[in-house]
Design a binder for this molecule. Sequence first.
Ligand code: HAM
Length: 422
Amino acid sequence: MVLQAIKGFNDILPPETAVWQFIEGEFRRLLDAYGYGEIRLPILEYTELFSRSIGDDTDIVEKEMYTFADRAGRSLTLRPEGTASVVRALVQHQLMKVREVNKLYYLGPMFRYERPQKGRYRQFYQLGAEVFGEASHRQDAEMLVMLARFFHVMNIRSAKLHLNSLGCEQCRPAYRRALQDFLAGRREDLCADCHRRVERNPLRVLDCKHPGCREVVAGAPKILDYLGEECRRHFHGLTGLLDEVGLEYEVDPMMVRGLDYYTRTTFEFLAGDLGAQNAVAAGGRYDRLVAELGGPSTPAIGFAIGLERLAMLVDRGQLPVDRPFIALLGLGEKAIDRLFPLRQELARAGVPARLNYRQKGLKNLLKKADRDKVNYSLIVGDQELETGVAILRNMESQEQRSIPLSSLLTEIVEVFNGHQNQ
Ligand code: HAM
């Protein structure tokens, strides 16, 4: 039997990897400009970290985690997201003592046992960032403007911002009660999971995908009507700033997100052209989580972008072309041997080059060089070895000129530099 990768786990192959590198490079550049530093996190954590932060009643913790016991019998989980680990690291290394405001970004694979389909995988990649120690609505606005900027740099116009506020521990209880009262009268239309959720965690009902539940939820009370004074001011401060900078958004009062840790601002960037899995980025504020995981009370906000989904939206035409600058065409064993050290020297000089190791006729070699769209070909056969002069051919203009074998490296580097400066 031929071995296959696990369902929902993908290989990313060239040329697709070039798209990923492009995205990752632009992401790092932008986050640097906004003063974030990179954090690299373990992929495995104690299960408790995720159940305590994401929430026991969420789909992620209830159904989607890759959890297993290690050889010592401890329960470990492949991380389903990055935020919990960043908070764990912040608390563990007491980063709040080092800096008042910590801005961290990460990229890497996450794991969720979801039903694989287009845009949804069991191993998927996130580009994420978290800011700790800044409670101002201006930080929320800065993060959203930064994300919008990122989509702009990627030339993605279809991502639309959806916004909500989930209130705080002061205003949430009143909403929770109102929602429970509303749902209690419609129990028979809710799915079995939601029967349980009404008591334990009624906000989760708003996020249920079950058609019956969705219908019930459409008429439910809206959290925005229950926000206290402070939360209302925070939300209006944020939308006011977004209006000022001209970043468009849609307020979506039913958006609760699939994780329990959020307070106040939550957001998603939805891209219509992605189909059913249309959230390309999402996040929000979580002002209580650091304290809940044992750290000092610290406001926080963050987001994560789904790399596969973003890659689907990137127009390949804008990528830098990746092709050898020059093909060294050796005709015969002797010529190939003569070109071998030159190929290594060109690599050292940073000139992308290629050398054939198989013996083929000139016509064949030129045809391949043409197909691969190299800029130049260098032709060396027995005759050139004898006369001590090779032929350099511009593949576009088809002009040819002679170069002494003794000065191949300097001449080619010169042509390459001239081409780069064009
Ligand atoms: P999330 O909404 O669970 O949030 O995931 C963020 C993004 O990851 C989604 O919008 C989507 O693009 C991508 N994503 C999620 N699941 C999958 C999947 N199975 N396959 C492909 N892509 C997927 C979080 O993870 C939070 N940690 C975001 C955050 C950071 N909140 C505060 N800070």
